[in-house]
Design a protein around this ligand. Sequence first.
Ligand code: BJW
Length: 227
Amino acid sequence: MNVLVLTGAGISAESGIPTFRGSDGLWEGHRIEDVASPQGFARNPKLVHDFYNLRRRRLQDDTIRPNAAHLALAEFERQHPGQFLLVTQNIDNLHQRAGSQNVLPMHGELLKARCALTGEVIPWHDDLNTSTVFPDNPDLVGTLRPHVVWFGEMPLGLEQIDEFARNCDVFLAIGTSGNVYPAAGIVQTTPPHCQRIEINLDATPQSGNFAQTIRDKASIAVPQVLA
Ligand code: BJW
């Protein structure tokens, strides 16, 4: 039995990480599209660095820990090795910290940085700014950016996701608003026999594609569904 799981910001909300499209959908007055796009970065790199620096610092705070939903997914994978792919849109590392192994962070990782010239990716735990020097090549001044996927950029691992989705028997979408593509369209590539389950506090534009929709907190519903 192949199990594909897609997670979004809602699974980390109970760990203390805010979602994107909450009550006002804004970050200090800025739309997510403005702080998470190449155009926004070109217009105002300091603003974009501030946005990610703040989130990177918060992620490394001791109070931010995997919750019962992350832990239940990791335990399920331990019991079903080799038949399980966890695709996350989240750039936090809570799935990895919970012990999940086969994790595909399709929108990148906050604790990594990327050279804008060479594409080289390195672990990164500190603030970035417009003059951050690439450690191995001090000549490449100011070319580091967060290793994340912005609007208009190609998400990571799409071929692997597509292949697994076409062959999966169970598809579980947890805490994602179903607004951002191609993640939102994965459900439509699963085969007809696939059991599709959505866990979310609210209905989403994708809810109609799921046979079962569970309106509950991820920390409650995920351990129950996987038991
Ligand atoms: C709980 C809960 C609890 C709360 N328990 N639930 C087709 C149609 C229209 C547009 C497009 C299209 N295809 C492409 C596009 C353009 C664009 C797009 O989708 N735009 C839409 C906004 C319309 N997509 C792209 O540009 C993507 N790239 C692309 O398409 O490349 C070309 C391509 C061509 C051909 C094939 C494939 C590709 C890139 C998208 C990159 C998104 N990047 C971001 C930022 C990443 C870095 C960062 O974190 O800062 O990713 S934006 C942001 O949204 C972030 C998230 O991963 C993503 C999704 O958000 P998510 O996780 O769903 O969070 P929320 O806040 O929206 O929802 C939380 C949910 O949880 C809510 O529903 C709550 O109810 C729920 N919840 N607490 C359970 N306790």
